[in-house]
Design a binder for this molecule. Structure first.
Ligand code: AKG
Ligand code: FE2
Length: 306
């Protein structure tokens, strides 16, 4: 008997409450009519030179056929002015990622809200012949201990990041549409994700995929001869997941390079395992030294496939 897998819900952008309910239930959904074709075409034009200039990855994070456009917000005016500030995105990130707490300052109670910030924005172009990524949770970078919420139901506020992905082309099973396991956001940390549990989140141009950081997913395999699967991803995290004092804006490159390696590490100029703090996929010190990189690979060797 075939097992029926939960399918990804597709909901028009005008129905905000249904979108929020779908994210609570499934950890994901596809937003219909998120954007328009002209805007997608503009973003494709803005990212193309960077995708063409990118080099193959050596490691397990991406297949070598994938190309990326890093610093998408800095490089695409359209992404900057239209997508990351879209009121619907803000509504969703404020629901799931903003954090409000109260405490006493002397005898007066104060309430503070830390608003979500963009953690990373990048275009992923999966080329013909690429293998699928392994299923993963994007919040691995933030070391979340996932409790099993399968019986209690999802507690809003238990994710620390979430992401939105807008396709540059129609995505299909064949060209590598994202694979995902709906409802896996409520799984405990010990549960193993199985490829057979994943469904394919095929999207039309103008759709947007949204998912919580705890949802298991992966970029699919591209089994076509000549199609490129282009997806623009925006990943938001809690606003306080950064240093309280910002050393990057108050120390010169020469000063930082003169510090001892231990001071550089303590001040945040090394990566936090596995992937936090890179600059165009270089380590911060490689970037500051202006190192020319022939190839890019996984930062954390423990991620290599056994
Ligand atoms: O390319 C995709 O569909 C997803 C990419 C992804 O999940 C990642 O790189 O973390
Ligand atoms: Fe991912």
């Amino acid at each position: 008997m075939a097992i029926e897998l939960p399918q990804v819900q597709r909901i028009d952008r005008s129905d905000e409450s249904a979108i929020i309910q779908a994210i609570i239930r499934d950890g994901c959904c596809i937003i219909k009519n998120f954007t328009d074709v002209d805007t997608v075409n503009k973003v494709n034009e803005e990212t193309r030179p960077y995708l063409e200039a990118d080099k193959p990855w050596k490691g397990d994070l991406f297949p070598p056929e994938t190309r990326r456009c890093t610093n998408l917000v800095g490089r695409s005016k359209t992404v900057r002015d239209k997508w990351i500030v879209d009121p619907l995105i803000r509504k969703i990130t404020s629901t799931f990622i903003d954090k409000t707490t109260s405490n006493y300052y002397g005898e007066t109670k104060h309430t503070y809200t830390s608003e979500a910030i963009l953690s990373i924005a990048m275009t992923f172009d999966i080329g013909p012949g690429a293998k699928a990524q392994r299923l993963h949770r994007d919040d691995k970078n933030f070391h979340v201990d996932h409790e099993d919420q399968t019986k209690t139901g999802y507690r809003v506020g238990s994710d620390v990041m979430m992401n939105f992905m807008v396709p540059g082309v129609k995505t299909t099973f064949e060209n590598g549409a994202t694979l995902a396991i709906p409802s896996s956001h409520v799984w405990g940390s010990d549960r193993v994700p199985k490829v057979e549990e994943a469904v394919c989140a095929e999207m039309d141009v103008t759709d947007c995929w949204v998912m919580l950081g705890g949802l298991y997913h992966a970029g699919g395999a591209n089994i076509t001869q000549d199609e490129h699967r282009i997806l623009n991803g925006f990943f938001f995290c809690r606003g306080f997941y950064r240093q309280e004092e910002n050393p990057y804006l108050c120390n010169s490159t020469a000063d930082v390079l003169s510090w001892s390696p231990e001071v550089q590490r303590i001040m945040g100029y090394e990566l936090s395992s596995p992937n936090i703090g890179f600059v165009h996929f270089k380590k911060p010190l490689q970037h500051l030294r202006g190192d020319d990189m022939d190839e890019f690979g996984d930062f954390d060797a423990s991620q290599e496939a056994k």
